[in-house]
Design a protein around this ligand. Structure first.
Ligand code: ADP
Length: 380
């Protein structure tokens, strides 16, 4: 089977007509985020939310047309509601950040996912149902642990409302841009890192509208010279609102990891996260239970202050994997606050080992192809 060609997919999509205008969906600029990976194709059709229901047959027709192409094994087409905001194309510009601009207008087929991150193997989102559960700490330590396991790893701090990676990873300064267009990621602890925090001072209030956040995220995927990466960890903004949903939809994710505390499990916040990814067909690779047990820094005694173990049971009930548990330990917080994640600063400690075990499980899952290498198979 010969390699699938993007141009052929676009040509096929040109035959899909939007009935209202009588024009094809490519000409109308509705197709974005086209990804062609091996025999798998994924793309989004951007529509105004109020016409989403009407556009479902068009989405289906587009999916079927591509599926009928020789050499296509799977197709995922999603409807996104970005279109309303996209009425002003300037929406892609980044408000406060001083990253490289785009002199050229955004090409129609180059949505966030479309050939966006060449050379990047699997993009894995780390998400949580709400803030403060240790999602960023897991992201940072997981990335460092994967690097220590010999993987080429990048970390994208998409927690745009409160980017914490510069502090957690001890990276200061601004990324450079050799050509004034693309940005070189920063590096520390063996991982490449990009964060809105490098571009915008930490104290800057970032009450951006959702689409602006998306624009910033797209830039961080599209314009950063990540180079060859096996795994790119994306630290998502906490919660399961529209911004998170749109991100999950528009970033070509191999899968998601959900971080939750025992209480969070009890309150079903983690379940919301899980449902959000399921809604957009992103496989949940597993749940991490954080602050699982309190470990006394003096005597090492473990106490189940929140009733640990709920995540494992919940993961089983929900039919997703369980990746492991991290104790509540002062050293973990101190290490993060000092810009030296525990996996880097005390790799032999039991606390660091907990992250390494999770990283190993994640690497195994990605290696077994249980995550999607490209958008998930949809056969209708
Ligand atoms: P989120 O990204 O979910 O908002 P953070 O990763 O920023 O959460 O963590 C919130 C706070 O909890 C931080 O001060 C962090 O150092 C601390 N923290 C996270 N995980 C642990 C843990 N297992 N033990 C102790 N402190 C932790």
């Amino acid at each position: 089977m010969s390699e699938l060609d993007r141009a052929d997919v676009i040509a096929t999509l040109r035959q899909v007509i939007e009935p209202q205008s009588g024009q094809d969906i490519v000409t109308l600029g509705l197709v974005s985020g086209l990804v062609v990976r091996d025999a798998n194709v994924g793309f989004a059709i951007e529509v105004a939310p109020e016409v989403a229901a009407q556009m479902e047959p068009v989405r289906k027709a587009a999916e079927e047309a591509v599926f009928a192409m020789p050499g296509v094994g799977s197709v995922t087409a999603v409807l996104t509601a970005e279109r309303a905001a996209a009425a002003q194309p300037t929406e892609r510009t980044q408000p406060a950040a001083h990253g490289p601009g785009h002199e050229h207008g955004a090409p129609q087929q180059s949505g966030p996912a479309g050939g966006l991150v060449p050379g990047v193997g699997s993009i894995v989102a780390v998400a949580s149902g709400k803030g403060g559960v240790g999602k960023s700490t897991v992201s940072a330590n997981l990335a460092v642990a994967l690097a220590r396991l010999g993987r080429r790893v990048g970390l994208l701090d998409a927690d745009i409302y409160g980017p914490s990676m510069p502090r957690m990873l001890g990276i200061t300064g601004k990324p450079s841009s050799p050509d004034g267009k693309q940005i070189l990621p920063m590096e520390n602890h063996g991982i490449k890192v990009m964060s809105m925090g490098f571009l915008v001072p930490e104290e800057t209030p970032m009450i951006w509208r959702g689409p602006m956040v998306m624009g910033a995220l797209e830039q961080m995927l599209r314009d950063v010279l990540w180079g060859e990466l096996e795994i790119l960890i994306v630290d998502m903004p906490p919660g399961t609102g529209d911004v998170q949903l749109t991100m999950a939809q528009r970033v070509p994710l191999a899968g998601a990891v959900i971080v939750s505390t025992p209480q969070d499990i009890a309150l079903l916040d983690a379940r919301k996260g899980l449902n959000m990814f399921r809604k957009v067909d992103v496989p949940v690779l597993g749940i991490v239970e954080n602050m699982s047990q309190f470990v006394c820094p003096h005597c090492g005694e473990r106490t189940d202050i929140f009733g640990h173990g709920g995540a494992r049971a919940e993961a089983e009930k929900l039919g997703c994997g369980f990746l492991g548990e991290i104790p509540l330990h002062m050293q973990i917080r101190e290490a993060s606050d000092n810009g030296q994640p525990i996996v880097a600063s005390a790799p032999e400690s039991a606390q660091a080992q907990a992250y390494v075990d999770i990283a190993q499980r994640l690497a195994d899952i990605l290696g077994q192809g249980k995550a999607r290498a490209a958008p998930k198979i949809t056969v209708r």
